[in-house]
Write a protein that binds this ligand. Sequence first.
Ligand code: ADP
Length: 299
Amino acid sequence: MTQGAARSRSAVLPVAEAEAKPEFIGERFPASGVRPLVEDLPAGAEADGDEVSSLHLRLDRLMALDKLKSDFMNLTTHELRSPLAIVYGYLSMMESGMLGELSEGLHEAVGSSIQSVELMMQLVTELVEMARLDETRLDPTREPVDLAGVVAEASVSVDGSQRHHLNLDLGSGPAPVLGDRGQLLRVFSNIVDNAIKYSPDGGEIGIRLRRAGRQVSVDISDQGLGIAPSDMGRLFTRFGRIVTTATEGIGGTGLGLYLCRELVRRLGGDVTATSVEGQGSTFTVRLPGITRVVARSAT
Ligand code: ADP
């Protein structure tokens, strides 16, 4: 997500919500809580020679540790939101002049502090999303959603479209799939946002939705920086930022594409990419279509 785009998105919490007094994490998550979970296995259970029960116990222990990791990440990221939103709120007030006139230098310093806080808020939001994905690994929400409506909404909501030409081709009629509308909206916002972020101003972004048999596919193409063949393997990995001389000044977390693909795969689809360095990239999202028709503009 672009830093500018992040500012226009709802990742930013209202100041009122943020002003609840932050609580010390240790009070709710004592380090001593870890040990009972890990050591609470029946003594000698692994030494009785029963290989199957030993494997079950190991599995239980790994699952307990995995849950502990998710709980810790969830709690930490939630606790980070409040102080970050307070800092963001005050910086925004300073930037707007509500707290008094700023010198040119101070205005610049506040502006870049806001960008850094936005990036941290984006990271926190994506870490929360990652923890949530771990929790719902086996049970993603599947409601009928019109993908054409989602793609249209994502395309108009992404900031920066004034600086690029968005060419939207949705074909005709709805394109129903099963999924969670909010999550699908984030998937497409993220990919369109990347197309803008990694393209020079004035570039063309093509967004094309097709219904092929029982499948719906969406291509998002840009004429931007592209990706070197040797870096393609890093796409879609956790924290898989590709930093080159061309991208080093562009903010990001490297979690967006990983989350997009995880979400889409859990719905039985996939996200793939092709790219030519220096010429542009195409990201394709495929999802199984359904026949039930849903209203296009359900927000
Ligand atoms: P980030 O927050 O860094 O943008 P993503 O997971 O969305 O994280 O993307 C991972 C990496 O893939 C980015 O750091 C960028 O180098 C590369 N990338 C993603 N989309 C594009 C694109 N449309 N064109 C060129 N590179 C891209």
